[in-house]
Design a protein around this ligand. Structure first.
Ligand SMILES: Cc1ncc(COP(=O)(O)O)c(C=O)c1O
Length: 364
C-alpha cells in the first residue's frame, strides 16, 4: 500500500521555512528573523480586533467591503479593483493559480523573494531567473530573460532579503519592455518604509495598465503578521481572475476589522517609519564598523555578508548570535549562504545585535 499520490511536481517543492523563533537554552530570545514590527501592532488595530470577540460564530464578509473601502480611501484607489488575502502570500498564490499553466514560466531576479518560486512550482511552471548587480534587480537582465513562456514577472520593491530597490524610472522601463500578456507583479511589502526621492509606488501603474498588479501587506508597517492580511490593486480583469481562485471567506473577521482600523492609524505608521529610519542606518553603520560588509537596504532589515570559509562564516555568526539569544535569518535557500538577514529590532535588541557582531568579529 503506498497511499494517494500527490499531483506531479508537488513533492519536488521545498516547503517554505519561516524565520526561526527559538534559541536553545534561552528563554526569551530576540526574534530578528522574520521582519516583524519591533513596536508591536497598531493600537487602533488592537482595539478593533478586540471588538470581534462577540461575533466569532459569524462568517466574515467574503467581499471585504469595509476593509476595501478603508484601503481605497487611504490611497485614493477604486475599491472595486482591490483584492484581499490571508497575507500578501495568499495573493501571490492566487496569481499562480490564475495565470500559470504547466510548462509556462515566472521570471524573478536572482535574490527575489522565495515565495515566487513556490508559486511557480505549485503550477508546474518554470522559474526563470535574471542575475542581479550588487544584490539589486537588473532591468536589462530581466528583460533579456523574458521568453514566450513567461507569464508573470515578480519584482519586490524594495526586495526581501536584499533590501535594495528599483527607482520608479526603472520599474516603468521594465514594464515598457514587457509584452502586454505578461503580468508584472510589483510586491510592495516594504514600500511604506521607503524614504527615497527616486522611489515611487507602482499603484498608479496598476491603475493605468492592463498588466500591472501591486501587492501590499499589513504584516510589516502595521505589525499585524499574526492576523495574516494583505491586499493587491490591479486592473479589473486581473482582480476578477484572482477572485475566482480564492477561498470564499479567505480573510477572518478580526483581520478585516484590524486592517480597516490600522490603515488609518497614521500615527503608528509614522512611528514605525521613524523607528526604522533611526535604527536601520544605525545598525548598518555599527555593523560596517566591525569590518563586515553590509548591503545598503531600505526595508526593515539589514543584509550582512560574511567570509565564505574559515572561522567567520555566516553559519558561525548565526550560531554565535543564537548563543547570545539573537535569532537572525540564514539565507541558503536564496543562494546567499554567506549572508544573514537581520530585522531592525527594538533599541535594546539593536544594541545587543551590534555588540554581539563586534564580539564575533573580534573573537579568536
Ligand atoms: C517581499 C515580501 N513579499 C511578501 C511577503 C508576505 O507577507 P505576508 O504574507 O505576511 O503579507 C513578505 C514577507 O516577509 C515579503 O518579504
Amino acid at each position: 500500500m503506498s497511499g494517494p499520490t500527490p499531483r506531479k511536481g508537488i513533492m519536488d517543492i521545498r516547503p517554505y521555512k519561516p524565520g526561526s523563533s527559538e534559541a536553545p537554552g534561552i528563554e526569551k530570545p530576540a526574534k530578528l528573523s522574520s521582519n516583524e514590527n519591533p513596536l508591536g501592532a497598531s493600537p487602533k488595530a488592537i482595539e478593533a480586533y478586540k471588538t470581534c470577540a462577540d461575533s466569532l460564530h459569524l462568517y466574515p464578509d467574503g467581499a471585504w467591503v469595509k476593509l476595501r473601502e478603508s484601503i481605497a480611501a487611504r490611497y485614493e484607489l477604486d475599491a472595486e479593483r482591490l483584492v484581499c488575502g490571508a497575507g500578501s502570500d495568499e495573493i501571490l498564490q492566487m496569481v499562480g493559480k490564475a495565470y500559470l499553466n504547466p510548462g509556462e514560466a515566472i521570471l524573478r531576479s536572482e535574490f527575489g523573494f522565495l515565495v515566487y518560486g513556490l508559486v511557480a512550482k505549485q503550477s508546474l511552471a518554470d522559474i526563470q531567473v535574471a542575475e542581479e548587480k550588487n544584490c539589486t534587480a537588473d532591468v536589462d537582465a530581466l528583460l533579456a530573460a523574458v521568453t514566450d513562456k513567461t507569464r508573470v514577472v515578480f519584482v519586490a520593491n524594495p526586495n526581501n532579503p536584499t533590501g535594495t530597490y528599483l527607482p520608479a524610472s526603472e520599474i516603468r522601463r521594465l514594464h515598457a519592455g514587457l509584452p502586454e500578456n505578461v503580468l508584472l507583479v510589483v510586491d510592495e511589502a516594504y514600500a511604506e518604509y521607503m524614504r527615497r526621492d527616486d522611489f515611487e509606488t507602482a499603484l498608479p501603474m496598476a491603475s493605468q495598465f492592463p498588466n500591472v498588479l501591486v501587492t501590499r501587506t499589513f504584516s510589516k508597517i502595521y505589525g499585524l503578521a499574526a492576523l495574516r492580511l494583505g491586499w493587491a490593486y490591479g486592473p479589473a480583469d486581473v482582480i476578477g481572475a484572482l477572485n475566482r481562485v480564492r477561498g470564499p471567506f479567505n480573510v477572518s473577521v478580526p483581520a478585516q476589522a484590524a486592517g480597516a482600523a490600522a490603515i488609518h492609524d497614521l500615527e503608528f505608521e509614522e512611528r514605525s517609519v521613524e523607528h526604522n529610519e533611526q535604527w536601520r542606518p544605525w545598525l548598518e553603520r555599527e555593523i560596517a564598523k566591525t569590518g563586515l560588509k553590509v548591503t545598503p537596504g531600505y526595508g526593515n532589515f539589514v543584509l550582512v555578508h560574511f567570509d565564505p570559509e574559515g572561522a567567520k562564516t555566516a553559519d558561525a555568526a548565526d550560531n554565535f548570535l543564537k548563543s547570545k539569544g539573537l535569532i537572525v535569518r540564514p539565507l541558503q535557500p536564496y543562494g546567499l549562504g554567506d549572508a544573514l538577514r537581520m530585522t531592525v529590532g527594538t533599541e535594546d535588541e539593536n544594541r545587543r545585535l551590534a555588540a554581539a557582531l563586534q564580539e564575533f568579529v573580534s573573537g579568536a
